[in-house]
Design a protein around this ligand. Structure first.
Ligand code: PMP
Length: 401
């Protein structure tokens, strides 16, 4: 029998304290001012090496001006969900501009990348279907797949031959499945490696499966003018039916999106529960995202600069002898092994005025703890030198080098 005096919320503190004891609780660092190359974090001026603001657009004058102007002309909020009274001309214009940028028939925006994956995936597949997923896919994909009630199969990370094995197996049971969907991150956020989307798309086509790519970390980075992974591999849209992305990273604002066929967009906005049942973006968000698409189209130098700094940083860090894993993009992990060592390194870097966070178990394997660095086009060459010097000093002190 349950005791009458038992505290029904006692688990809140108990579970939190357990996280604190295991050193797995989040200790939040606070930015005082914008996310900029040199940001004030917890009162200290530090070089920002861990934001997703790849191109420095979150603080770009054109985005800020567009947001301010939209508040003047359209107000602070949208007043509703998109299907009722929350679709403004700015939302529509953004979707049309994005589709042109992506060279797709149509695009649709969502409140966030998370809301896109968790809202759309459970509509694309359901009971009686199969989802085939890379083992390192993002949590929002995993949650979307869970909500779908489809059967799940996982293939080895970025391994087309293992994907083929899973799809061959599925083919043998094919009559049992209504639809098959292959889903992958475009660029993997912990390692910075690129999914072999060309081979994945070919396997999808050969097996009659849909292909869905989450390009959150490829946009603004890969492909012509930062158009993303579909452009990077020159793939046709009938091979990658859903190209998903987010405005919260290289675009510098917030919001998720998909690009593909008109049929996809019509289906998605009529069915995604996150889209139908949650308030739409404030006008300032839509206007800033529109300005970000314009900047990407009109100022290609940001993407070029991102890559030249990335190459410079990777080379200097590899020359020092750091283990940079399998990164091929501006996400560069600095793998040190033990969780406690990664945490010490991050702390020492912060003292040396470089802000880069540790990524530890359970986010990565126990012996693969790392500092994850993310390059930013707004840094100067001197800033990159400062970062490398700090890593060299801290790495030697902690006997990593
Ligand atoms: N997919 C991936 C691969 C991501 O890294 C993220 C952000 N962490 C998301 C989706 C979610 O995007 P958003 O921040 O727009 O919710």
């Amino acid at each position: 029998m349950v005791s009458a005096v038992r505290d029904p919320t006692g688990f809140l503190r108990a579970e939190y304290e357990e996280l604190v004891r295991a050193d797995l609780d989040w200790k939040l660092r606070v930015l005082d001012g914008p996310s900029a190359p040199w940001s004030v974090v917890d009162g200290q001026r530090v070089l920002m090496l861990c934001s997703n603001n790849y191109l420095g657009l979150s603080n770009h004058p054109r985005l800020k001006a567009a947001a301010i102007e939209a508040v003047r002309t359209h107000g602070a909020g949208s007043g509703s969900v998109r299907p009722i009274a929350g679709t403004m001309d700015l939302h529509r214009e953004l979707e049309e501009r994005l589709a042109r940028f992506k060279r797709a028939e149509a695009s649709l925006t969502y409140q966030s990348g998370f809301a896109t994956n968790s809202g759309l995936l459970p509509q694309l597949v359901g009971e009686g279907d199969l989802v085939v997923s890379d083992e390192l896919n993002h949590g929002s994909i995993i949650d979307g797949v869970r909500l779908s009630r489809a059967e799940r199969a996982v293939y080895r990370h970025a391994d087309p031959s293992d994907l083929e094995r899973v799809l061959d197996e599925a083919e043998r049971h094919r009559p049992e499945y209504r639809r098959v969907l292959v889903v992958t991150d475009g660029v993997f956020s912990m390692d910075g490696d690129i999914a072999p989307l060309d081979r994945i798309a070919a396997l999808g086509a050969a097996h009659g499966a849909m292909v869905y790519v989450d390009d959150a970390h490829g946009e603004g980075v890969l492909g012509e003018g930062g158009r993303g992974i579909v452009s990077h591999f020159h793939l046709s849209r009938d091979r990658v039916q859903v190209e998903m992305g987010t405005f919260s990273k290289a675009f510098g604002v917030v919001g998720g999106h998909i690009s593909g066929s008109r049929d996809l967009v019509n289906f998605a906005f009529n069915k995604s529960r996150t889209w139908l049942l949650s308030g739409s973006h404030p006008p300032a968000v839509a206007a800033a995202c529109l300005a970000a698409v314009d900047v990407l189209e009109q100022e290609p130098e940001h993407v070029e600069r991102l890559w030249s700094l990335t190459r410079r940083f990777k080379k200097a860090m590899a020359d020092l002898g750091f283990d940079l894993g399998r990164s091929e993009t501006p996400i560069t992990p600095v793998i040190v092994g033990e969780s406690s060592l990664a945490k010490k390194l991050s702390q020492r870097l912060f003292e040396l005025k470089v802000f880069a966070l540790p990524i530890v178990y359970p986010m990565v394997a126990k012996d693969k703890a790392r500092i994850r660095t993310i390059m930013n086009a707004a840094l100067t060459d001197e800033d990159v030198g400062t970062a490398v010097d700090a890593f060299a000093k801290a790495g030697r002190e902690l006997k990593i080098l």
